[in-house]
Design a protein around this ligand. Structure first.
Ligand code: SR1
Ligand code: MG
Length: 430
């Protein structure tokens, strides 16, 4: 694909932003004063887009623009500009389902592929906070609620089939972004690919084992098929801890450019994977002076609380608002029918746990062997120490991907994680 942009499209720069904002009176008003009073900061932090914060005497805004390529890699990796439109649509839809958990949209410029959003302050990226060992007491509850509401209200459990199909049709055009995930999550980590990287030479053997493990490749391909075919709900599509901003009081989900109607487990599993990666990475950050064991306990507790809060919240939504075309209420009228339906809902969530764990496994492996790695692990400077943590991620990730049904409860996963971390400890001290 060549770099091509529509006529009139101009990538914004620090210098051109004040002019752009001045030409939109409602944004200029939000900032207050005039263009010369505004201070602009480039804060592009994700892998894909460019992002600026602009501060004025009355307020601040966040300006995000699609570039015709992947920012992390540059012009050698062209990418369609339309991703910002899908992010806009997803922000509106999820914003309706989970008010207050996504940033407010202030402006969408379809011709310049720009979104202007509420500037989240004093929020920071969750992954940065978690790498530094900061606890967020409200995180599990907020994430559980976000997952339950965003997934339930965009599914066939809540919508009519016609409405659901209309929405699926809109988002199915986000295929350039979906293809990034199809390649980077389910395919590249299992083959020799020029984009892949890992801690070498420490993990060379493990990377080769992964490439040669046919059961693992089948399990990853099975999941890829689910990702390709299961239009279950409007998912965020890249729900890692770098797509979440936090304070002690607040949690916001950002960066919806990968959104589409896909399997619910892809979002739930992404969060599980990223919490588990952080958990294992703490073994690399701990020192005698600043032990991270209490923090690790908090991370696993957050994972358990997030899943159980999601489980209970989703069930409650289904009971109260299950008026979609799936499971027609006309079929379940007697007390016995209703009891059977309640049982069915529990089984359904048990199935979702397994699917989420399998996706979590795939997401753990891609962060060790694929292109895009996590700060949690990357910030461990000593390669041997980092490789030890990564091995634990691979061991658990592989087990989740191969045998997700073995974990009947989330505590079965956290028990195994604790065990694996315990085995890492003597090696670290030695
Ligand atoms: C080109 S890098 C793309 C990756 O970064 C994003 O955060 C997604 O995880 C994606 O796979
Ligand atoms: Mg992102």
């Amino acid at each position: 694909m060549a770099l091509s942009v529509p006529e009139g499209y101009r990538p914004l720069q620090k210098q051109s932003l004040p002019d752009y904002l001045s030409s939109h009176p409602h944004l200029a008003k939000q900032l207050g004063g005039g263009a010369t009073d505004w201070h602009t900061q480039e804060v592009s932090d994700g892998n894909v887009n460019q992002v600026f914060l602009v501060h004025g005497p009355a307020g601040s805004v966040c300006v995000k623009q699609s570039l015709p390529y992947v920012r992390l890699v540059g012009e050698s990796w062209p990418l369609t500009l339309e991703r910002i439109h899908f992010e806009h649509q997803a922000l509106l839809e999820h914003g309706r389902h989970v008010p207050g958990r996504v940033p407010q949209v202030l402006h969408h410029d379809a011709r310049q592929y720009v979104l202007v959003l509420e500037c989240l302050t004093p929020h920071i990226i969750l992954r940065k906070g978690m790498t530094a060992g900061v606890c967020y007491p409200r995180l599990a509850g907020h994430l559980a609620d976000y997952l339950a509401r965003s997934l339930f209200f965009s599914s066939d459990l809540a919508l009519t089939a016609a409405e659901k199909r209309r929405r699926v049709a809109t988002f199915s055009a986000n295929s350039a972004m979906c293809q990034i995930m199809e390649d980077m999550v389910f395919t590249e980590p299992y083959q020799l690919h020029p984009r892949n990287r890992w801690t070498s030479p420490q993990l060379d053997g493990l990377a080769a084992e992964v490439r040669e493990d046919v059961d693992l490749k089948l399990a990853a391909s099975r999941l890829k098929h689910q990702y390709l075919t299961r239009a279950e709900a409007l998912i965020h599509g890249d729900l890692h801890t770098g797509s979440i901003m936090v304070t002690q009081e607040d949690t916001r989900v950002i960066d919806q450019e990968f959104a589409f109607y896909g399997p619910m487990g892809f979002d739930v599993g992404a969060l599980m994977a990223n919490l588990l990666i952080n958990y294992f990475s703490q073994e690399g950050h701990t020192t005698d002076a600043a032990p991270r064991a209490p923090y690790q306990a908090w991370v696993l507790e957050t994972l358990e609380d997030m899943w159980s809060g999601f489980h209970d919240g989703f069930l409650a939504l289904w009971e109260a608002h299950g008026r979609g075309d799936a499971y027609p209420s006309a079929l379940f009228t007697s007390p016995a029918d209703r009891r059977a339906l309640t049982e069915e809902r529990r089984r359904w969530l048990q199935g979702l746990l397994s699917e989420s764990l399998a996706f979590a496994g795939a997401k753990m492996l891609r962060r060790i062997f694929g292109l895009a790695h996590n700060l949690d692990l990357e910030s461990i400077a000593a390669p041997d120490r980092r490789a030890g943590c990564e091995r634990a991620c691979v061991e658990l990730g592989r087990a989740l991907l191969l045998t997700p049904g073995r974990y009947r409860a989330i505590t079965d996963v956290t028990t195994v994680a604790r065990d694996l971390a315990e085995h890492l400890r003597p090696k670290r001290r030695g």
